[in-house]
Design a protein around this ligand. Sequence first.
Ligand code: ADP
Ligand code: ZN
Length: 722
Amino acid sequence: MTRDRARLILLNAALGPLDYRVPQGMTVAPGSVVVAPLGPRQLVGVVWEPERARAESVGDNRLRPLLHAYDVPPIPAALRRLIEWTSDYYLAPMGAVLRMALPSAGALEGARSITEYRATGHVPDRMTPQREQALERIGERMGLIRELAIIGGVSDGVIRGLVKAGAIEAVEVTVDDPWPVPDPDHDPPALEPAQAEAADALRRAVDAAAFAPILLDGVTGSGKTEVYFEAIAEALRQGRQTLILLPEIALTEPFLKRFAARFGCEPVAWHSGLRQSQRRRAWRAIASGEAEVVVGARSALFLPYPKLGLIVVDEAHEASFKQEDGVPYHARDVAVMRGSFEQIPVVLASATPAIETRHMAESGTYAELKLPDRYGGARLPDMKALDLLADPPPRGRWLAPELVAALEANLEAEEQSLLFLNRRGYAPLTLCRHCGYRFQCPNCTAWMVEHRFTRRLACHHCGHVMPTPQACPECRAEDSLVPCGPGVERIADEVAALFPDARTAIVTSDTIWSPAKAAEFVARMEAGEIDIVIGTQLVTKGYHFPNLTLVGVVDADLGLAGGDLRAAERTFQQIRQVSGRAGRGDKPGRVLVQTHEPGARVIQALVSGDAEGFYAAETDARREAGMPPFGRLAAIIVSSEDQAEAMETARMIGRAAPTHENMAVFGPAPAPLAMLRGRHRYRLLVHAARPVPVQDIIRDWLGALSWRASVRVSVDVDPYSF
Ligand code: ADP
Ligand code: ZN
């Protein structure tokens, strides 16, 4: 490369690397963030090493000049390597991966302030239902016009009208305020011997500044967080940044508080719920190295930390680290790769590690630190299976007599209880008792789920909603619709009927949809204002309520149906995690697990607490079937709005499948969700032995084929369910 020529990766997934001319007076180097012309458009791009990004060669005289170089730190080399690796491994365009590293153009400009809007409290002369709704939902929140419109559930025009009417005003918000600096010695705990040993090992790993994947395997309540906080303290002393990945945005608020108690101030948060102004401020602080500790959702993984010293993936087994849309990647695995490019330790913390992670630890690829006991002598809760066939709930009810008695005793003792059911809404299926009609989503292979509080039927896959009708749309019978099976709302009804005086709370993504809502829930729990929580997997992790002593698992069989190979592992993790909420304080905890199959291996393992035995058996089964981590899988999903077109394209791809030793291609068959958001989906599954270069094979295979623009073909390497 000559000095006046630059190769760019553009933030446009469809394009390969392109060369540009660097105009006089502009200096760029690999990592520089620039603006380049493309036809009539201007695109953001990053300068890349030409030897690492193949492009068609173009004569010097045909090169167009770069338009602008942003005054932001360059994308570091380690991150550039990670982007290349991610693009290669997950078969995604570099530009699509790069996009996750960069903020919007606005943040790159580096303006010191941004104009936001907020309510003034002035009531407009002309009030419409929409205006009223918007003002009520917005409350005291601030944001861009667009952001307030989304919060208010109205169009941008309504917000602008409110600005004209004086009910909403513009305010300048500075976005370059400095961040407080966490203090490693603010309030460290006195660690127990096992904790201190693990913390020492982590501190040494941070000091060594070398790649080290470490599984921190400790039972729920053993102090994993306290232990990895010590590693963060060490990174702070070394002047290096730490990234903590958490699975749920709802978890961040209690986490931020806890972090502040230990380090004197909150870390920088990064997740999809940030306002534009917050995002801008956070990105700039991260890229400049000013943000010492960043806690975020998986998207925080690709940010340009200039001096990263440690990555922690908390609750590392969580399925939500797997991204399904856009670039389908697994944040846990990419985190480990980032650690290797950065030459730093990566801590995977979990009470129920994934089989894959466990296997890496057992085979010595990852180091392992164990915390076998709960902190402060708290015992793990006693677990008991309730046989629903032997001691069934009364007709039309879902809670078995023994669970009801336990709830009653807990209420009397003024202790808190939690009922776990991983199903939002009132009932998962609604049918007509007269003609048998079932409400199905018009866009997906899924039933419409009744949500009684909002009087709607909703599809949990595409978001399609309709008001719950009075009459059957098929046979017109009145009042003939019956809910089938329970969701959390229905359990809440049952609890209300059984214990009219009990104070209950439903915890699902419908009720806890922001960090603020999560904080409110935590505050009410801590103040003892809730007796019985009814929740989905949202309550299975992270929370610490000392007065919560009883957990009831309403339907342990739920996750086992469907029969994918990960079902038992997932069920084990979920129930272990939710049981981990019980008895975290001085009072012992108790877990009652309702099941039709008390003899199933996973239930037996849960009740006996034999995690090792369970893992060993599951691992053996995987080994025998050559399934991950012993073999590789990749799914090719072919979709189209036209079913025949999707099927034919999938067949065409199947016929062109290359033959390769130790590799088999299955399908096409209808994908697990055969229709999703109006698109028919077929799946081909590639199953291969470890050494087979699956990505190269798929790249060549699909690269030689073409299909109509209305067909989408996407590859999911290491799919979560199989
Ligand atoms: P885990 O992350 O393994 O579930 P936590 O780190 O959340 O465990 O610890 C459980 C509870 O015990 C938390 O309230 C935590 O503050 C407390 N705890 C753990 N270790 C200590 C310690 N050494 N000193 C004081 N409190 C501790
Ligand atoms: Zn749908």
